[in-house]
Write a protein that binds this ligand. Structure first.
Ligand code: ADP
Length: 222
């Protein structure tokens, strides 16, 4: 078995993080931990917390850092995360990046991947994006499931996300630039950053990511 990895993936909404994380998680046999997927699952629970989250998420606003860090801490303590993990959608603010470093200490993150795609490309992708409401598999108007908007993976309903409206997309991109893009510098200063071009076919991008990860980890593990 390949050694595990502890990865963070950054990239604008629609850069393809979710899709690539599923592939990388299978390749390195570590869990794909998407805070967006986790919060969408909570939203379906009908609890008070679900109500609180719904307000932020529908508007494309960020959920408060302390709440997000608690949820991630709990998830990372799960037995399947001992080999490592791929974090998607977290950290999103400097406070979350600090929180993650504290959670992992004395261990460290292996690498932060920055998946780069132009804004005009992601805008076009987001308006066409459709997701399975049960397992979060990602489709698009151009690549629909085989049968009548029923998920190929789990049979769930494939729908447009509530926050893939034009207003919420713009708000999320604005927050990405303001809150999350600065994390690129944060990880660069700590010598953890690799930038990967997110343009091209899914296979091309996966191959680039694997090469970047193996190159860096191989060098470090000697
Ligand atoms: P996207 O990256 O397309 O905005 P996600 O699925 O990663 O979508 O997240 C959806 C929503 O969940 C965000 O707009 C935000 O409200 C909430 N969320 C997810 N991760 C975080 C986080 N790390 N910090 C704060 N809010 C988050």
């Amino acid at each position: 078995m390949r050694p595990g990895v502890r990865l963070v993936i950054l990239g604008k909404q629609g850069a393809g993080k979710g899709t690539q994380c599923v592939r990388l998680a299978a390749h390195y046999q570590v869990p794909h931990i998407s805070t967006g997927d986790m919060f969408r699952a909570v939203q379906k629970s009908g609890t008070d917390l679900a109500e609180r989250l719904a307000k932020f998420m529908r508007a494309g606003e960020l959920i408060p850092d302390d709440l997000v860090i608690d949820v991630v801490a709990q998830r990372l303590s799960g037995p399947d995360a001992t080999r490592g993990f791929i974090l998607d959608g977290f950290p999103r603010t400097a406070a979350q990046a600090e929180g993650l470093a504290e959670l992992l200490a004395p261990e460290e993150l292996d690498l932060c991947l920055d998946l780069e795609v132009d804004t005009d490309v992601v805008l076009a992708r987001l308006s066409k994006r459709r997701v399975c409401e049960s397992c979060a598999a990602v489709y698009s108007l151009e690549q629909p499931p085989a049968v009548d908007w029923t998920c190929d993976v789990c049979g769930g309903r494939v729908v447009q996300r509530e926050d893939d409206t034009e207003a919420a997309i713009w708000r999320r991109l604005e927050l990405y630039e303001r809150e999350t893009a600065p994390l690129v510098a944060w990880y660069l200063e700590r010598d953890k950053l690799v930038v990967v071009d997110g343009a091209g076919s899914l296979d091309t991008v996966t191959a680039r990511l694997v090469r970047a990860i193996d190159g860096r980890l191989g060098a470090r593990r000697g």
